[in-house]
Design a protein around this ligand. Structure first.
Ligand code: TYM
Length: 335
């Protein structure tokens, strides 16, 4: 049996979204909307795997919803919803927790990074985080999952869980093997302060990232102050070896202009960073400021955002409920 193509992806409502989230995920989601049916989730239940202030969680959930729409997702075509309003995610996650093996979760690098030195003090939720993520995808039998490169290991786990469930319950092909869709030059945007570290919401330095809500001056200032090396820009891709900051800034330029990295390099070959940075700042402002202003406009009417999430949640539940019912029957639950 082949599964009907369906996209599912999501982002955590923690802090504000940044250029990495935009280029690694959101921009690609918008493209996929034209290729197959899509569902986009705001993963508020994942957010609480680390402590969240409740009012801030609600604010960030609305802000991420606004970012999806301002970035080009059409909620009439692709339901946008928050995970907590679709209880089927948590219900399936429990069943999948009993399918996944401790040894599999022990290998997850994100838990190791996020739990730090004191793993015994991390929440149990942080540990089983990837199982909830597998449930997010499998609860719709989604086939394609557009994400940044950092989510690859979680996607592999989701595939393993799907396969083990199908084997354990003698239901070959019940869950699909979801495909990670990791595309374009922006799948791993690095920190502006250190080209070997991922751009991240949790980096202490705000200069390390461009937030979707930054104004033009902030964007230009951060790009101007971005770390570089003393050499002029290279002639070709080989010339980027050992130059992570140059590679990162050129990749951002390529992703924002919808071109390949190798195609943009000749435009700046032999030029100084200062000149390239001006061009990059102009392009970044041109691409992000319409998103930021649309987000501001939407956030002025939170009731409208809540309506969009309620509507999206109802449509998502209509897909998830029969799949969970079938899953429970396979497991042997009476009802
Ligand atoms: P999150 O909230 O950390 O990030 C959201 C999306 O942004 C991508 N991303 C990046 N891409 C390129 N460069 C970067 N520096 C960068 N930083 C983040 C992420 O890869 C992601 O695609 N576990 C997920 C959320 C999730 C999910 C899901 C995703 C929960 N359930 C089901 C897909 C399907 C996460 O924490 O993403």
């Amino acid at each position: 049996m082949t599964h009907a193509p369906l996209v599912l992806s999501g982002m955590q409502p923690t802090n504000t979204l940044h250029l990495g989230n935009y280029l690694g995920a959101l921009k690609n989601w918008v493209k996929m909307q034209d290729q197959m049916p899509c569902l986009f989730c705001v993963v508020d239940m994942h957010a609480i795997t680390v402590a969240q202030e409740p009012a801030e969680l609600a604010r960030a959930t609305r802000e991420v919803t606004a970012a999806y729409i301002a970035g080009g997702i059409d909620p009439a075509r692709s339901p946008i919803f928050n995970q907590a309003q679709v209880p089927e995610h948590a219900e399936l996650a429990w069943i999948l927790n009993c399918v996944a093996r401790l040894g599999w979760l022990d290998r997850m690098t994100q838990f190791k990074e996020k739990s730090g030195k004191h793993k015994e003090r991390a929440s149990v939720g942080l540990y089983t985080y990837p199982v909830l993520m597998a449930a997010d995808i499998l609860v719709y039998k989604a086939t394609h999952v557009p994400v940044g490169e950092d989510q690859k290991q979680h996607l592999e786990l989701a595939r393993d869980i799907a396969q083990k469930f199908n084997n354990d319950f003698a239901a070959p092909d019940f869950f699909p093997q979801p495909e990670p869709v990791i595309m374009g030059p922006g799948t791993r945007v690095m920190s502006l302060r250190d080209g070997t570290k991922k751009m991240s919401k949790s980096d202490e330095s705000d200069l390390s990232r461009i937030n979707l809500t930054d104004d033009a001056d902030a964007i230009a200032g951060k790009i101007r102050r971005a770390k570089t090396d003393p050499e002029p820009l290279p002639e070709n891709k080989d010339g980027l070896a050992g130059r992570p900051e140059a590679e990162n800034l050129l990749s951002i330029y390529a992703a924002l202009s919808d071109r390949k990295l190798e195609d943009v390099i000749p435009d700046f070959a032999g030029k100084q960073f200062s000149e390239f940075k001006n061009t990059l700042a102009d392009l970044t402002v041109a691409k992000l400021s319409p998103v930021a202003s649309e987000m501001r406009r939407m956030l002025a009417d939170p009731a409208q955002i809540d309506r969009i999430l309620r509507d999206g949640s109802a449509r998502a539940r209509a897909i998830a409920a029969p799949i969970v019912a079938e899953t429970k029957k396979l497991v042997g639950f009476v009802g």
